[in-house]
Design a protein around this ligand. Structure first.
Ligand SMILES: Nc1ncnc2c1ncn2[C@@H]1O[C@H](COP(=O)(O)OP(=O)(O)O)[C@@H](O)[C@H]1O
Ligand SMILES: [Mg+2]
Length: 447
C-alpha cells in the first residue's frame, strides 16, 4: 500500500456555501476526516473555523460518533495549547464542529519553509508536551500527533502552539479502533509517525504519544522524521525493527543540540514502550532541565540549590575525584567558583579541629517528592534532597519510593560530590483491551 493519505480530498469547486449561520469564506485545510473551512457568522460577523465531516463519511455512524467525540474530548481537556471547539452540529447532510479560527501555519509548513533554532525547537516541543500531558491527565491519548496536527500561531512575537485533531484520540479506559478504516477501506491516520506498537497492531497507551512526540522532536531538529519510507509495509517494518538514525548534534541553524535533548529524543523513540519516559510529565521535566543537564551551575543557583552549592564550594576546594557506582543519568556536580572573600561557607572557631571533609550527594527525581530510604530503612527525606557524607565513607545505598511509581535502588560513591537525576517509572498503566480493526466501536463518551 502506498501512502496516499489525502483520501478524502474535496475539490475546491465543491466548496459548500454555508454551515448553519456560518458563511464559508475559504478552505483552510483538509485532513483525514473532512475539510476545515474559514467561515463567518452571517449576523455577528465573528470568524471561525468549521471542520466538517466529509459527505462520503456521513453514513458511517461510528465515524459521526467519533467526530462528536473529538469535539467533546477537546472541550473536556480545555487547555491553552489545544484548539478550542465552540459547537458541534449534526444537521441533515452536514456534520460539523465550530472551532476558534487560528491564524498561522502548521508545523509541517514551518518545517518546510524554515530551519528552526534550538530555542524555537525547545519552545515548540515544551508547549506540545504541555498539551499532551493535559490530555493524558484525563486519560486521553491523542494517537495522531504529527507536525500537521501542530498549529503555530503568534503571541507576543513568539510561536504559540495549538494541538489539533483529536479525531482518532481515545480514552485509555475504553475500547476503540487503533487504525480507522472507512467503509470503503481507506486508511485514516499518518503511519510515518506511528509508534512500533501501533505499526504492529498492538495496544496503545499514553506512551504511544510519547513515541510520536519523539518523532516530532526528531523532525524539529533534523528537518525530517526518523523513518521515511513511502511504502507502508517497509515503513511499518522500519518503525518496528530499525533503530532510529542518530539525533543530530546541530540544529539546522547550527545550534549545538544539548546532550540531554538528544537523549530525550532517543528515549522517546525506544521501540519498547517500557523504555520510554514513563509519562509526558517526565518528558516535560527533562525539557525544562536541559540547561542543568549540559552546563555547570555557573549562575547563582535557585533557592533549592543553595545548600548543595555551598557544600560543593567546600568540596571543590578540597578536590577529590572518585568512582561513581550508580548507573543511570548521573553526573558529578561541577566545581563552583568560590565567591570573593569572606567565603560564605562554614565559620570555624579558631581552636576547633578541622571540619570533616564532606561530599554532597544531590538526589533529584522525576517527578519529585520521592521518599529516599537508606539501607537501614531509615528515611533520609524526600527529593530533591541533599545528603552529606564524609569523603571516602562507605557507598551510600538508597531506595526511592513514590506512590504510583516503581521503587528505584541506587548506590553512590563518596569520593566526590554528585548530582543525580533519577526518572521514576510509573507503575504499569491501566490495561487496555486488545482492539480490533473494525470501525464499529462503541462511542467513547468522556462524560
Ligand atoms: N481551528 C483552525 N484554524 C485554522 N486552521 C485549521 C484549524 N483547524 C484545522 N486547521 C487546518 O486544517 C487542517 C486539517 O485539520 P485537522 O483538525 O488536522 O483535521 P483532520 O482530522 O482532517 O486531519 C490542519 O492541518 C490545519 O491546516
Ligand atoms: Mg489532521
Amino acid at each position: 500500500m502506498s501512502l496516499n493519505l489525502s483520501v478524502v480530498r474535496e475539490p475546491a469547486a465543491l466548496l459548500p456555501t454555508s454551515f448553519g449561520a456560518y458563511v464559508v469564506e475559504s478552505l483552510l485545510g483538509e485532513g483525514t476526516m473532512g475539510c476545515v473551512y474559514q467561515a463567518r457568522h452571517q449576523t455577528l460577523g465573528r470568524r471561525v473555523a468549521v471542520k466538517s465531516l466529509h459527505e462520503k463519511l456521513l453514513n458511517d455512524a461510528s465515524l459521526v460518533r467519533r467526530f462528536l467525540q473529538e469535539a467533546r474530548l477537546v472541550n473536556t481537556i480545555n487547555h491553552p495549547h489545544i484548539v478550542e471547539v465552540h459547537d458541534f452540529v449534526e444537521a441533515p447532510g452536514q456534520v460539523y464542529a465550530v472551532m476558534e479560527l487560528l491564524e498561522g501555519e502548521t508545523l509541517t509548513a514551518r518545517l518546510a519553509s524554515k530551519a528552526l533554532s534550538l530555542a524555537v525547537v525547545v519552545s515548540i516541543a515544551t508547549q506540545v508536551a504541555e498539551a499532551i500531558e493535559a490530555a493524558h491527565a484525563l486519560s486521553v491519548v491523542h494517537r495522531d500527533l504529527k507536525p500537521d496536527n501542530i498549529f503555530l500561531s503568534q503571541r507576543d512575537g513568539a510561536d504559540w502552539v495549538k494541538v489539533l485533531d483529536f479525531g482518532v484520540a481515545k480514552l485509555l479506559v475504553q475500547e476503540g479502533p487503533r487504525v480507522i478504516e472507512t467503509q470503503n477501506g481507506d486508511l485514516l491516520g499518518t503511519p510515518r509517525y506511528m509508534a512500533p506498537e501501533q505499526a504492529a497492531g498492538l495496544d496503545v497507551d499514553a506512551r504511544t504519544d510519547i513515541y510520536a512526540f519523539g518523532t516530532v522532536l526528531f523532525e524539529l531538529l533534523a528537518g525530517k522524521p526518523p523513518f521515511e519510507s513511502t511504502v507502508y509495509g517497509q515503513l511499518a517494518a522500519d518503525i518496528i525493527t530499525r533503530p532510529p538514525p542518530p539525533v543530530p548534534t546541530l540544529t539546522r541553524t547550527g545550534d549545538a543540540v544539548p546532550e540531554g535533548l538528544r537523549r530525550l529524543v532517543t528515549d522517546c523513540l525506544a521501540k519498547n514502550a517500557d523504555h520510554r519516559p514513563a509519562s509526558m510529565g517526565d518528558v516535560l521535566w527533562r525539557l525544562r532541565h536541559l540547561d542543568e543537564d549540559v552546563a555547570p551551575l555557573a549562575q547563582p543557583p535557585p533557592r533549592r540549590w543553595m545548600v548543595p552549592a555551598l557544600v560543593a564550594v567546600v568540596v571543590a576546594t578540597l578536590g577529590g575525584a572518585g568512582a561513581l557506582l550508580a548507573s543511570g543519568p548521573v553526573k558529578a556536580v561541577a566545581p563552583i567558583e568560590a565567591p570573593p572573600p569572606p567565603p560564605p561557607v562554614v565559620v570555624v572557631p579558631p581552636q576547633a579541629p578541622s571540619p570533616p571533609r564532606t561530599v554532597s550527594i544531590v538526589i533529584e527525581s522525576a517527578p519529585p517528592g520521592a521518599n529516599v530510604v537508606d539501607s537501614t530503612g531509615a528515611s533520609l527525606g524526600t527529593t530533591p534532597l541533599t545528603v552529606k557524607r564524609e569523603l571516602g565513607a562507605p557507598p551510600l545505598a538508597v531506595r526511592l519510593e513514590l506512590k504510583g511509581y516503581e521503587p528505584l535502588s541506587r548506590e553512590f560513591g563518596t569520593t566526590e560530590s554528585l548530582h543525580v537525576e533519577l526518572p521514576l517509572k510509573r507503575l504499569a498503566p491501566l490495561p487496555v483491551k486488545k482492539e480490533t480493526r473494525a470501525v464499529s466501536d462503541g462511542v467513547l463518551d468522556p462524560f
